[in-house]
Design a protein around this ligand. Structure first.
Ligand code: ADP
Ligand code: MG
Ligand code: MG
Ligand code: MG
Length: 394
């Protein structure tokens, strides 16, 4: 359903409640409570709830600027429609793995969706030591389904190009291009790191082969319209519990290289594995392996069952494609590891470590793995070998 549009205005608790009431069959006379619960950098997230019946919903609204920086950083409101449409498109192919969208309004830049507050943001839970037994299976499945079904391997080329145009998202892509692929590799003002990392950071800036590979990865990101990506699939974009997994926040969605989504998720698991020891590390390493294993097995199955005939009938082509995705995945994961350590946007997994000596040591390990993945992505034979690299870290 689409709400009768009016001019954009930022919602308040009161207007959010009125809107929720008009959209959802709350019990007669229910006294609704509203809280702004957004902890992201860019948007407002209102939770509207009837405390008596426990019923509620979420209204996410984009602001015409980035919340984290303020009005000095304007950002297109179109991202709200991209997010709402991507949630629904990905929901078609991976039902149950994204929130249900109840309503959208492009003018108000809102998505009205299922309240997932009974789940925890995976990053937070992982930091607390949650094992999330279904996480890798569900995300492997989500990645295979959403990426395969929106690619040229499944779609008529007209439909694929129509979607690629619909999801043109230049402003949000530019943020990724700068913050992941460019700034961390140069002495740029947006970078943010502790003085103890100065030597490691300068080693990156002076590493010509590394910068060359990062530039190649950036060009892939800029040009390879392989599938409708989520575009920001870190562990903060995933709600999880023992039994459920839901992917939120696809405002960076666009047609890009398949390995970018896979790599971003794996990199965020890698950071988590670096912060853990022993048995706990093993749990995360098996999530890393299982994500790739489930993704590639499911992608293969979809290819064989539902793929475009001409591709299916070309011997060796599926293997070629999966090998390319694997290589890209490692390279993009490497860039994510580096930028989460020294770039603008950090992760709590590392920054939350109070012991400064330990924190710096683990950040250096994160940079080391990031560099290795970027430089050696063509040589690494299997996901098991990646887990092996992480397992060895002391
Ligand atoms: P941003 O784009 O600003 O990062 P997110 O979509 O990641 O916004 O949402 C920010 C936070 O709001 C999430 O970390 C979560 O705590 C809360 N949130 C978002 N969507 C939902 C939802 N459907 N149900 C419950 N909480 C949500
Ligand atoms: Mg939260
Ligand atoms: Mg977010
Ligand atoms: Mg977001």
């Amino acid at each position: 359903m689409t709400i009768a549009t009016k001019q954009y205005e930022a919602l308040t608790d009161e207007t959010a409640i009125a809107l929720a009431r008009s959209l959802y069959p709350f019990p007669e006379g229910a006294e609704l409570v509203c809280r702004e619960i957004g902890d992201g950098n860019l948007n407002y997230v209102f939770q509207i709830k009837d405390p008596k019946s426990g019923k509620g919903l979420i209204i996410k609204q984009a602001l015409p600027y980035a919340k984290v920086v303020g009005e000095s950083w304007p950002l297109t409101l179109k991202r709200a429609a991209i997010e709402a449409n991507a949630l629904q498109k990905h929901g078609e192919f991976a039902p149950g793995l994204v929130p249900v969208v109840y309503a959208t309004d492009e003018e108000l830049a809102i998505t009205v969706m299922e309240d997932l507050s009974h789940l925890t943001i995976a990053r937070e839970g992982l930091i607390q030591g949650e094992a999330y037994p279904k996480l890798s299976e569900d995300i492997g499945e989500y990645l295979a389904r959403t990426l395969f079904h929106t690619s040229d391997f499944a779609l008529h080329p007209f439909e694929k190009k129509r979607l690629a145009a619909e999801y043109s998202n230049p402003e949000l892509c530019k943020i990724t291009e700068d913050l992941i692929f460019t700034d961390p590799f140069f002495n740029n003002d947006t970078n943010d790191y502790e003085p103890e990392l100065q030597g490691a950071v300068e080693a990156i800036w002076n590493n010509a082969p590394l910068k060359l590979e990062a530039a190649k990865l950036k060009f892939s990101f800029l040009t390879e319209a392989e599938a409708l990506l989520h575009g920001d699939l870190h562990t903060g974009s995933i709600f999880a519990s023992e039994s459920e997994t839901k992917v939120i926040d696809p405002e960076f969605a666009f047609y890009g290289p398949i390995g970018f989504d896979v790599g971003l998720f794996l990199a965020n698991l890698m950071v988590q594995s670096i912060t853990r020891q022993g048995e706990e590390r093993q749990i995360v390493l098996s999530h890393i392996e299982k994500t790739w294993d489930v993704f590639s097995a499911r992608f293969t199955q979809l290819w064989e069952q539902e793929g475009i005939e001409a591709f299916k009938e070309t011997a060796g082509y599926k293997e070629f494609v999966l090998e390319k995705i694997f290589r890209d995945t490692l390279g993009f994961a490497g860039c994510e590891l580096i930028r989460r350590t020294i770039g603008l946007a950090h992760v709590k997994d590392l920054d939350g470590i109070e012991n400064a000596g330990l924190r710096i040591r683990l950040k250096k390990q994160t940079l080391q793995i990031g560099e290795a993945l970027i430089l050696k992505r063509a040589e690494v034979k299997s996901i098991g070998a990646v887990a092996g690299l992480l397992e060895e870290l002391q």
